[in-house]
Structures are given as structure tokens and as C-alpha cells.
Design a protein around this ligand. Structure first.
Ligand code: ZN
Ligand code: ZN
Length: 80
């Protein structure tokens, strides 16, 4: 075998291992699958029937179809 110092298999493996470790510090949120939002069943405001009013904060919904993920705070990933 010629000893040209290009990266050896072991060196490449070490580099890949380091990248893996760096990546694993941040974990994709498995509650929202990295979207930062959780899908919810929307509930239309019963006061205004979705026209928007004060009691639904001008959204027309009591429960919005999406909610910020509580686990990752809407970031889609969290640090372990
Ligand atoms: Zn309303
Ligand atoms: Zn999340």
C-alpha cells in the first residue's frame, strides 16, 4: 500500500463521529417533529362563531388549529 497521506478510513470515521456528537447536542423535537408547532383540533369561538371578537382575541377560535410546541418552545429542536 502506498503511504500517501490522504485521509485514512479511520480518520474519516473519527471526523464523522465528531459531527455526529455535535449534532446530537441538539435533538429534533419529537412532539412537533421539528416544526415548532403542534396540530390541534380547532374550536371555533362560540361567542362570535368565528367572526372574531374580544373573547377569542380577534382570532375567531378558542383553540387555534396550531399551537406553539411547549417542549421546544416553537424552535423545533432542543438541547438535551
Ligand atoms: Zn370570538
Ligand atoms: Zn416541539
Amino acid at each position: 500500500m502506498s503511504k500517501n497521506h490522504i485521509y485514512t478510513k479511520i480518520e474519516i470515521q473519527n471526523i464523522l463521529e465528531n459531527i455526529k456528537i455535535q449534532k446530537s447536542l441538539k435533538t429534533q423535537c419529537n412532539i412537533c417533529n421539528g416544526h415548532g408547532l403542534v396540530k390541534k383540533d380547532p374550536i371555533v369561538c362560540h361567542v362570535c362563531s368565528g367572526i372574531k371578537c374580544m373573547s377569542c382575541k380577534e382570532t375567531g377560535f378558542i383553540q387555534l388549529p396550531y399551537e406553539t410546541c411547549e417542549l421546544c418552545d416553537g424552535l423545533g429542536e432542543y438541547i438535551k
